[in-house]
Design a protein around this ligand. Sequence first.
Ligand SMILES: [Zn+2]
Length: 278
Amino acid sequence: MGMNVYVFFVFCICVTSALPTSCGSFEDLQPTCSFLAPPARSSSTRGTIIDISHTYREDLPSFEEDDGVGVVIQLVASIANGSRANQSFLKMGVHTGTHVDAPSHIFQEYFDSGDHVDTLDLYALNGFALVVDVPRDTNLTAEAMQALNIPNGVERVLFRTLNTDRRLMWKKQFDSSYVGLTTDGAEWLRDNTKIKLVGIDYLSVASYDYLIEAHVVLLQNKDIILVEGLNLDNVAVGLYELHCLPLKLLKSDGSPIRSITAVYVKDVLSCNLVATLC
Ligand SMILES: [Zn+2]
């Protein structure tokens, strides 16, 4: 019995030491970390898609507005009124609800050079993403980012914050006390991770006091995409497949998106475990 325990212990050390010391990406992890292999796609696993978009509704909050988004859809022709078909008209800002920011949102030179939503990298917008819980007593500062121990291989991160607990996206009146990145938090992410997509659960990834500065830090190299207004109410911490698809709008600095996550490794892979691996 004692010998068996000893052998098992040695085996564990060998397996642990065989793990990579730094992970290029989750795709890179798969050959060495077999338990990260995606679950088989069968009818029983098809119910795992989680819609992390908010419905475009009139009382969705709008940045710095008290009265919400207002009317988004107008029925301009209706069968009830004698038309052959129902036909609606869509009207809203491109930074409404769940949406992405393009580099042209903050930089005039990028607006002039055409770095709009139609040019965003679809590979950055779709792939493995880590959902992390941010401690509820802090803004997204450099210190808080460092303490999260986001693994080296992570390229997409979605921050679930106090904003979700406070249900801010369900309140019509804009609330400037939302949690977001400070300038040094944004700098820490840019300088210490390979993250190419940052998502958050309110209308801006940047906190109100650092609104422009933090956007500048993240968008200035044109290699980080910002996803704002996510609905993370029903998303547990973990690793997911993420899909974000902006509309292919010409000369637009933002776009509404339909965003979903599909469970990849659920309840098994906590942030701390990933951090240990990497
Ligand atoms: Zn935006």
